[in-house]
Design a binder for this molecule. Structure first.
Ligand code: SF4
Length: 251
């Protein structure tokens, strides 16, 4: 990591708890780069997270105000902060299970209210911290701890969901798209409404190991093979879109 970013980190908590090859470290650095380039005072940002590996990105790493809240409840806490402290920026960083399943109700209603909250969904398509159970974004047929014969369910497209609820800015990138990802985080600071950035972040330990992608490089190859732009995805049918990773701006 660039030395100039050290000032945003609680170095006493290193090394990170993330597994070698986890995508979360790349995202951690990309968020800090976005903030540093905008020259936003990190003390004017409140970071809120729920429970899960992704929640460890801001808390305890960021040298800022961080709320590590109940499972599925970061957006409820963020709403409270937004109402009482309109002078602060609020960034929720949490996982797909935390935001899309356990906190799914909070997600749709925060998007419906279109509150000025930046939400970064760290989407590893699995419950990583608790051993790799199926989550609402696990692609069909993928093997997990709780779907040893392949996930029989269709996954949620969380971007399509929050877009339909009224979110102001919605996009998806992977941790390998660091430039557009950084730009989208910077754009979210300018948006006067709900921003939702879905970031595909590989869980090599549980998702990768069970699905023949035990390293970050394997995941990179998989993503290169399967990414598709939001514009192109509009012209494809459901079968053609099966397990594709749709990237770009939804709204
Ligand atoms: S379990 Fe998965 S998501 Fe959690 S730190 Fe390890 S690789 Fe990352």
């Amino acid at each position: 990591m660039s030395e100039k970013l050290y000032k945003y980190l609680r170095e006493e908590v290193f090394p990170t708890p993330f597994c070698p090859g986890c995508g979360h470290g790349i995202l951690l650095q990309t968020i800090l780069r976005a903030i540093d380039e905008l020259d936003i005072d990190i003390k004017k940002i409140v970071f809120v997270s729920g429970i899960g590996c992704a929640a460890w990105i801001p808390s305890p790493h960021f040298k800022a105000d961080t709320l590590h809240t109940l499972h599925g409840r970061p957006l409820a806490f963020a709403t409270g902060i937004r109402i009482t402290r309109p002078d602060l920026e609020i960034m929720v960083i949490s996982g797909d299970g935390d935001l899309g399943a356990i906190g799914g109700n909070h997600l749709i209603h925060t998007a419906r209210r279109n509150l000025k909250i930046i939400t970064i969904c760290v989407n590893n398509s699995i419950y990583g911290m608790t051993g790799g159970q199926v989550s609402p974004t696990t692609p069909k047929d993928i093997i997990t701890e709780t779907s040893p014969f392949g996930n029989p369910e269709e996954p949620f497209d969380l971007c399509a969901l929050v877009k339909s609820c009224g979110a102001e800015f919605v996009c998806r990138y992977t941790v390998f798209h660091t430039k557009p990802l950084k730009k989208s985080i910077q754009k979210a600071f300018q948006i006067n409404g709900f921003s939702f950035i879905d970031v595909i972040s590989p869980c090599v330990t549980h998702y990768g190991r069970r699905n023949k992608m035990p390293t970050l490089y394997d995941f990179y190859q998989f993503i290169i093979k399967n990414i598709i732009s939001y514009e192109k995805a509009k012209s494809l049918n459901k079968e053609e879109l099966k397990n594709k990773i749709i990237i770009g701006e939804y709204v």
